[in-house]
Design a protein around this ligand. Structure first.
Ligand SMILES: [Zn+2]
Length: 328
């Protein structure tokens, strides 16, 4: 019984060149358990230890699929370090097929490090930080747009100027998705929490629509391989240069609810004032026009053709100077 309450008591017992499957979790009041499955791939030595998390939001499936495949494919005898793969960090949201767990409707990626004895989502956050990511040398957090949207491939770090941000930015550059991204400092996200512990963190976005297509899954797997090479866990070594510019985004929301007609495509460059979408009421009258507040590129687009006032329709991206970049 004691072991069941703390199934992770020997979670970090290193066994050279082995693959271990485990779960961490806790009981709910109805007698069921929250079980978070993870795979630990122990290589030739325990460090560095890279923890890769997906499924923090339950309707984002590219990351979970990539990690399930990597758990089968990463060769422990070629690895110099430990890789921990968590393909479904939020089992309650995953079971519901929703961003958030219906149990408490909290966004897991706003409440890290969670709370012992808190709500279900708070306890999930607590288990993940205390039993899985604590002491990592790098945390990678894989996301997608939810079922209502779609995203360009972004690999990024949290905005800061310290050494942890610099190492995070280099790891994000090694991940190497199409857009070098800088996430605004935002309390309660997994990457912010990691950075606050001095752990470098990479946050990524690929795809959405509650789907996982082969090329999207391969983008994530390729990025993870490059990160592991960058940190010396896999051969051949990967040299990375700091990008001088990074993308940031501003949110463009619907002015009214109704049926949405999107006039631009993902990745498209747009000019300030350009018409991006229109919303019609249920009599067919245009009740809102959405135009670009400035020049930029469409990083996220809503695909669900119904929308409520205030909901996100686009992320308008722009490039700005990378605060971690130092010219040679
Ligand atoms: Zn997400």
């Amino acid at each position: 019984m004691a072991q069941q309450q703390n199934p992770s008591c020997d979670i970090d017992r290193f066994e050279r060149e082995t693959v271990q499957r485990a779960t961490v979790g806790f009981p709910l009041t109805d007698g069921s358990r929250v079980e978070i499955p993870l795979t630990r791939i122990f290589g030739q030595c325990p460090q560095p230890r890279v923890v890769i998390v997906a499924g923090v939001h339950g309707d984002e499936l590219v990351g979970p699929q990539a990690l399930v495949e990597l758990a089968q494919e990463l060769p422990p005898n070629e690895l110099r370090g430990t890789v921990v793969l968590v393909p479904r960090a939020n089992p309650l949201a995953f079971a519901a097929g929703r961003r958030k767990a219906p149990d408490d409707n909290l966004d897991l990626n706003r409440i890290f490090p969670g709370k012992k004895g808190g709500t279900a989502s708070e306890r999930i956050a607590h288990v993940l930080t205390q039993q899985v990511t604590d002491g990592a040398d790098l945390v990678i957090d894989l996301h997608s747009a939810g079922r209502e949207g779609d995203l360009v491939p972004l690999s990024g770090f949290r905005e800061a100027r310290d050494d942890c941000a610099r190492r995070s930015a280099l790891a994000a550059a090694a991940f190497g998705l199409e857009y070098d991204w800088m996430m605004r400092w935002s309390p309660g996200t997994l990457s912010t929490w990691a950075n606050q512990q001095g752990i470098p963190a990479v946050g990524c976005e690929v795809g959405g629509r509650a789907m996982a297509e082969r090329e999207e899954i391969d983008l994530y797997k390729g990025g993870i391989h490059r990160c592991l090479r960058h940190l010396g866990l896999l051969d051949p070594p990967l040299e990375v240069t700091m990008p001088p510019k990074v993308w940031t985004q501003e949110y463009v929301t619907a002015p009214c609810g109704g049926l949405l007609e999107v006039l631009v495509t993902l990745g498209q460059e747009v000019e300030g004032g350009e018409s991006l979408a229109r919303v019609r009421d249920l009599w067919g009258t245009v009740c809102g026009e959405i135009s670009a507040p400035r020049d930029g590129a469409i990083l996220y687009t809503r695909v669900q053709q119904s929308v409520q006032a205030g909901e996100n329709v686009f992320w308008l991206g722009r490039q700005e100077d990378n605060p971690c970049y130092e010219p040679a």
